[in-house]
Design a protein around this ligand. Structure first.
Ligand SMILES: Cc1ncc(COP(=O)(O)O)c(C=O)c1O
Length: 387
């Protein structure tokens, strides 16, 4: 399950509606671009998942669906086995996607006009989740030493005001690739407890790690009651199009508020979620281990080549995620000119650092969850135009 040859195999995604491939030229205004932007993988889902989905398709009736106790058991066992967190079935709220859940979570923990702290740079929809619902997204830059990022507790203290209600945490961190260590998270939890803040913890990348991940849940009992933990099997097993995530809320009152808001959007599980997710969590752990080894190979190749041959760019291997945050400031290009250079000359579609907040200017994020030949092609194009 999950051999190097399988991950090496190039699967044609063009013409399947894949945003990464079918929307790339229009989104970047280029032609024949190599798409290494939006965060899904170019690998087929694990074999057991494909078998379970085939059986579900074959059954033939795709009506309104609910998730069974077997689904919740699979989620709970996974959280216990991989992340050593205890979850009760009643704590799990279905959401089609984590992005939609972020907006619901913001509404559950604050009122219009309130402030939400967002350590930045970070995944762009964090800011929108606050602003779309009339909250103020208060961006607090992470402290940075070269490409080493950490929380800036002093800056967070300074940013807290009378209307600050919550902090949005990305763990592991997209785009800077940090897997936060327990003491850093404990310090953050203490800060949030002292200021009475809720935490919306997006841990969607928590299975894609090269060092142990510590969940925000279980660090501090008082904070557990004020945490909305966003998890999903979709990044881990490449199931984003299945639209399934599990929002874990231990506190009953907070959960009621969350569910009352979520109910207004009438989202319900797809007919394919249960089959895919139980096969993923119950039967595909060995595939995940093989995936992580393959991703580590891609990351080594990409970061090693840049360090040796393209000193104008600066990279650091991510501790988690398959995303590499590349500092392009050494090229001396303004952000618009940088994107034009990448698109028009290199024919590469890489996420613009500004999508992650203003402090992302001069950076790009590269998605390495693809066959190695694509990583090699990306490096070839960069070398051809940068040497
Ligand atoms: C931190 C983070 N949260 C959420 C998402 C998307 O979640 P979903 O597809 O469940 O809406 C992504 C996708 O890149 C992400 O990086």
């Amino acid at each position: 399950m999950g051999t190097t040859e399988e991950f090496d195999r190039v699967v044609e995604r063009r013409g399947t509606g894949a945003i990464k491939w079918d929307a790339v030229d229009a989104s970047f205004g280029g032609q024949d671009l190599l798409p290494m932007w939006i965060a899904d993988m170019d690998f087929p889902a694990p074999p057991r998942v494909r078998e379970a989905l085939s059986a579900r398709v074959e059954q033939g009736v795709y009506g309104y669906s609910r998730l069974s106790p077997a689904y919740y058991d699979a989620v709970i066992r996974w959280m216990d086995r991989r992340h050593r967190i205890h979850v009760e079935p009643s704590w799990i709220c279905f959401a089609a996607g984590v992005v939609s859940a972020l907006g619901i979570a913001v509404q559950a923990v604050s009122e219009p006009g309130d402030d939400i702290l967002i350590p930045s740079p970070v995944y762009g929809p964090f800011y929108k989740a606050a602003e779309d619902f009339g909250r103020r997204a208060v961006s607090v830059p992470l402290a940075r030493d070269g490409l080493d990022y950490r929380f800036d507790l002093a800056a967070l203290e300074e940013a807290v005001g009378p209307r600050t209600r919550a902090l949005m945490l990305c763990s592991p961190h997209n785009p800077v690739g940090r897997v936060w260590e327990r003491p850093e998270l404990e310090e953050l939890a203490r800060f949030c407890r002292v200021h009475g803040l809720a935490v919306i913890a997006d841990e969607i990348h928590s299975d894609l790690v090269f060092r142990p991940h510590t969940s925000f849940l279980g660090l501090d009992p008082e904070m557990d009651a004020r945490t909305i933990l966003c998890t999903a099997p979709t990044k881990t097993f490449n199931l984003a199009g299945i639209q399934d995530s599990n929002i874990i809320i231990p506190d009953a009152a907070l959960r009621r508020r969350y569910k009352a808001i979520a109910a207004k959007s009438h989202a319900m599980p797809s007919a394919f979620a249960e089959a895919a997710v139980t096969a993923a969590y119950d039967q595909s752990e060995d595939w995940l281990e093989a995936l992580l080894a393959y991703l580590a190979g891609n990351i080594d190749l990409f970061c090693g080549t840049i360090r040796r041959e393209l000193p104008q760019l600066r990279v650091q291997a991510p501790q988690g995620t398959y995303l590499v945050w590349v500092d392009c400031s050494g090229l001396g290009l303004e952000p618009d000119a940088l994107q034009r250079f990448l698109v028009e000359e290199c024919r590469l579609a890489l996420s613009d650092g500004r999508d992650f907040g203003p402090d992302g200017a001069g950076f790009v994020r590269v998605n390495l969850a693809c066959p190695r030949s694509m990583v090699e092609e990306c490096l070839r194009r960069l070398k051809a135009h940068l040497r």
